[in-house]
Design a binder for this molecule. Structure first.
Ligand code: ZN
Length: 504
């Protein structure tokens, strides 16, 4: 692995004439015609070699119409020679007088990965069009490297922006984004989610050694800072069968103008740092995360729709179910099992939705047990959390229930408005939602319609959609305890503690 991806994209190549291909064909014909002349043959071998050299190093520098832009794109992709293990991809090439785009991204068997890629493509194109709106001539070029292990898809997305300078298109911005997905679930993983705790010191030393071997004098004097043990520095990597590939943006570990860098650490070096089962570690502490919760189910068909949407977006949610509604749905067993299989969490929302504060301890106990027993009988697992109906709770309720009681920090008021557009717009204007618990209800159709807008939207902004227990563990570093209540005071990060949304 070297940084030739950027290197060989024309920055360091001298401009050459565009007619080199026809020159070469002409030379080959000549060579056949005068094959008997040793002298001419020798000359032709030499010029032929120069011709081949031209082909291997020439990169088209500019374009003036759609056809030439296609050639420009093909040339730069050939030069990049990125490894691709996926069988197909999406490729959108769009020429414009001022702004042109060429976005090639992989297509996999997993809908969540494909949806993540198309959201990324849309966000890169709209970001480019906004930022370069005033440019006379610019091009966005997106391409990828793909890797696959038994458990994980790894995709490095290379984004290069070209602008015209002195009649030549040159790279003015170059970035690499790594995206990893658990194959089975489509949930996004990667970065620190794949690494064990306590890995950082040794890992940063190993990376520095590998970079030194690979780049020698091209390393910048700040290289050591950029591989030091902060999470951001070690977060950008992919797993391949042979090892882990770490990426560093332009202007970090290499001297200025040398492009971005990547270095591979052999599996024998990296395996001690890796989680034993990547599929069990789908949450990255260093990326924003939010827990969506749905109360009052089961409805049946509406949860099925939600589960489809979650699955297609590599997302999970927490369902606080009412015993009586679970009992009333004929195929509740299948729905509950599907929830668990997809990695969702099931909570207890009482049996018949009473105001628990008004009940005796015995009656509270009954609401808890009846619901837990029913869900365990159907799904094989006891609910892990509970949420008091109406949020009405006191010490007696919390201690008697003896499970972690979960409130919310964002109330969609979906039961009141029943308006998907309003619910979606409210989310869009809610600011940074990292660390929040969102309250919705799975028994109202408009809430499900709203979710179909909200879930892809949050994923596209870089949020990991996690269960409540995952949020507590990965964002707050807490294992939820029985007989305790966790409400808006708990699920409340200071703005300065929030991880920013991701933009591509
Ligand atoms: Zn409720």
């Amino acid at each position: 692995m070297t940084n030739r991806y950027d290197h060989r994209r024309g920055k360091t190549d001298p401009p050459r004439k565009n007619d080199f291909r026809s020159n070469k064909k002409h030379r080959i014909l000549k060579r056949r015609r005068f094959a008997l002349s040793v002298l001419v043959l020798l000359i032709l071998i030499i010029t032929g070699a120069i011709g081949i050299y031209s082909i291997s190093t020439h990169i088209m520098d500019n374009y003036d119409d759609a056809e030439e832009f296609n050639e420009f794109v093909t040339d730069h992709r050939d030069a990049a020679e990125l490894p691709q293990c996926f069988s197909s991809n999406t490729d959108k090439i769009q020429y414009g007088d001022k702004l042109s785009t060429a976005v090639r991204l992989p297509k996999t068997r997993n809908a969540a990965v494909n949806n993540a890629m198309s959201a990324m493509s849309a966000s890169m194109i709209s970001g480019f069009e906004k930022k370069y709106a005033k440019s006379e001539k610019a091009a966005l070029m997106v391409d990828y490297e793909g890797y696959m292990t038994d458990d994980v898809y790894g995709i490095a997305v290379h984004k290069d922006i070209f602008e015209e300078k002195d009649d030549e298109m040159v790279i003015v911005d170059s970035q690499v984004f790594t995206r990893s997905f658990v194959k089975k679930s489509g949930r996004e993983t990667g970065g620190t989610a794949l690494l064990k705790d306590g890995y950082k010191d040794q890992l940063s030393q190993d990376i520095l050694d590998a970079l030194t071997d690979e780049y020698g004098d091209d390393l910048s004097s700040h290289a050591k800072e950029h591989v030091s043990d902060t999470s951001e520095n070690l977060n950008s990597f992919l797993l391949a069968d042979s090892g882990a590939i770490f990426y560093f943006d332009e202007g970090t570990v290499l001297k200025k103008g040398m492009g971005s860098a990547s270095v591979i650490l052999d599996m024998s070096v990296i395996e001690d740092f890796l989680q034993d089962d990547p599929a069990d570690a789908p949450v990255d502490k260093n990326k924003p995360m939010v827990a969506i919760t749905y109360d009052d189910g089961l409805n049946g068909p509406l949860e099925e729709e939600l589960l489809d949407c979650l699955e297609e977006n590599g997302a999970v949610a927490t369902f606080f179910l009412l015993g009586t509604n679970v009992a009333n749905v004929s195929d509740s067993e299948n729905i509950l099992k599907r929830m668990l299989k997809q990695g969702c969490e099931i909570g207890n929302h009482s049996y018949s939705h009473p105001q628990l504060t008004k009940l005796s301890p015995k009656a509270i106990r009954e609401q808890a047990d009846k619901t837990n027993d029913l869900i365990e009988k159907l799904s094989g697992e006891v609910p892990t959390l509970f949420r008091a109906p109406y949020g009405a709770k006191n010490d007696k309720v919390i201690k008697t229930y003896d499970m972690p009681e979960i409130g919310w920090s964002y109330d969609s008021l979906d039961w009141k408005y029943r308006d998907p557009k309003r619910e979606f717009n409210d989310i869009k204007s809610a600011g940074n939602l990292d660390g929040e618990v969102l309250l919705f209800h799975s028994i109202h159709e408009p809430s499900v319609e709203a979710s179909k807008l909200i879930i892809p939207y949050l994923r596209a902004r870089g949020y990991q959609l996690v269960t409540v227990s995952e949020l507590a563990e990965y964002r707050y570093g807490v294992t939820l305890e029985n007989g305790r209540s966790y409400g808006p005071d708990f699920f409340d990060l200071e703005d300065s503690e929030k991880t920013p949304e991701i933009s591509y």
